[in-house]
Design a protein around this ligand. Structure first.
Ligand code: GLV
Ligand code: MN
Ligand code: MN
Length: 418
């Protein structure tokens, strides 16, 4: 049978798709709910083994690259540049079953179904399980996609550590990867990349339709704020003589959120971690350190927000007699996705009778990094209650199936040309 670019939606094995999502969710499942699959951990290795076995079962040529991304490939009859799909296998701490996992499992399902139904493609077609996106374990993120897009920093694997002081390079060696070869993960032969992902917000559920295509992905800045005051005895030091670093940090956190609220949607700012020293019940905190994640799709507005965050923190520090240090941990600019590949997705969605909503993604995605290596597009399916990065993350089974069929259809239209 040959595939043609008709308006017919490609069929998939729906039960296999849903069963595999459940199976993958067991890898790294936490006893009290939620999932944690940090990069190069035993849970991560077990998940990678599972998806590799699925690719092999489908008859794809599989390959683990130098940083641990796993690729499954159909060798196209005409060669040339590669059509690819996928997402990340790692999760946040206590995350859900779909963030990243959907794009990995659906990508394997779409490529396997195309192979089973239509045989060899004309273009080379690959699915990929990307090793890391979330920044959950190491003090970096997008490690897998940056390796593909030639965006790793010199010496990064030896410099970046996890909370226990283990370097990325040491963690790689522990899973039999050689950090000195990381540069060989670069792909210069990609034509197109499509990522299917859950929306992670409430727009599609609240306003419809059941599919979205992403035009822009917001830029993210991560800041680390250190506030220094004075440690004192919690019983003996009078309230009006204290320089409590935590209270300063708490006032800053409120002001930071307020700056985003005043700027209005889609500006966001989140204080996601907070540590105090000496962290003892009967000591006034002498130091507080917290992180800020702030995002806006418009680069000018994002810079404005970062300035406001800095100004508000300085004002509070000076009012309370505290010292302040703000460090930029990472700064990822907003990106625009490929209109051409997005149009292929839109036409595939129309084959399912859905005119997809054009959306901006507030969440970061491998796709944003891969714009440096390929013409990239993203397809969103609704998130129930808009919930994500939590154990409750879920999408209706029929939307998971719809998104995967539309993905498979778009891949057919790109990879099975006459
Ligand atoms: C990843 O999910 C991010 O948006 O930070
Ligand atoms: Mn994700
Ligand atoms: Mn995520």
């Amino acid at each position: 049978m040959t595939a043609t670019t008709t308006r017919e939606l490609v069929g998939i094995d729906e039960r296999r798709l849903l069963r595999r999502l459940d199976d993958l969710a067991q890898r790294g499942a936490l006893p009290r709910g939620g999932i944690y699959r940090p990069l190069y951990s035993p849970a991560w290795s077990s998940a990678m083994d599972l998806v590799t076995a699925w690719m092999k079962e489908a008859g794809l040529l599989t390959r683990r690259d130098a940083v641990g991304n796993v690729w499954g490939r159909i060798e196209g009859s005409r060669g040339g540049r590669v059509i690819a799909t996928g997402s990340h296998i790692d999760t946040v701490r206590g995350g859900g079953a779909l963030d990243g996992a959907l794009g990995v499992v659906a990508g394997i399902e779409a490529v396997s179904s195309l192979w089973q139904r239509f045989g060899r493609s004309t273009r080379i077609l690959e699915c990929v399980a990307i090793c890391e996106e979330e920044g959950s374990r190491f003090d970096t993120n997008f490690w897998g996609a940056r390796a593909i897009a030639d965006r790793l920093e010199p010496g990064e694997a030896d410099r970046v550590r996890d909370a226990d002081g283990v370097t990325l390079a040491e963690a790689m060696r522990a899973v039999e990867l050689d950090p000195t070869t990381a540069a060989s993960a670069v792909r210069r032969d990609l034509d197109s990349f499509i990522e299917l992902h859950v929306e992670q917000g409430p727009v599609l559920e609240d306003h419809g339709p059941r599919l979205g295509v992403v035009t822009t992905i917001a830029g993210t800045a991560h800041l680390e704020v250190t506030v220094r005051g004075q440690p004192d005895h919690a019983g003996a030091m009078a309230m009006d003589r204290r320089r409590d670093a935590f209270l300063g940090a708490a006032a800053m956190a409120l002001a930071i959120a307020d700056a985003a609220v005043r700027m209005g949607h889609p500006a966001v700012a989140t204080v996601g971690t907070m540590a105090v020293e000496p962290s003892q019940v009967n000591v006034v905190p002498g130091l507080a350190r917290f992180t800020v994640d702030t995002r806006h799709p418009d680069p000018a507005r994002r810079s404005e927000l970062i300035t406001q965050i800095g100004d508000a923190s300085k004002r509070i520090a000076s009012e309370r007699g505290l010292s302040l240090e703000i460090r930029t941990l990472r700064d990822r600019p907003p990106v625009t996705l490929s209109p051409r590949v997005t149009d292929v997705l839109r036409r595939a969605a129309l084959a399912a009778g859905v005119e997809p909503r054009e959306m901006t993604s507030g969440a970061g995605h491998d796709a944003q990094v891969l714009t440096a290596a390929a013409n990239t597009a993203m397809l969103f399916v609704p998130s129930i209650g808009g919930r994500s990065h939590c154990p409750e993350e879920a999408t209706a089974a029929e939307d998971v199936v719809l998104g995967t069929r539309v993905l498979a259809t778009a891949l057919r239209d790109l990879a099975y040309q006459a």
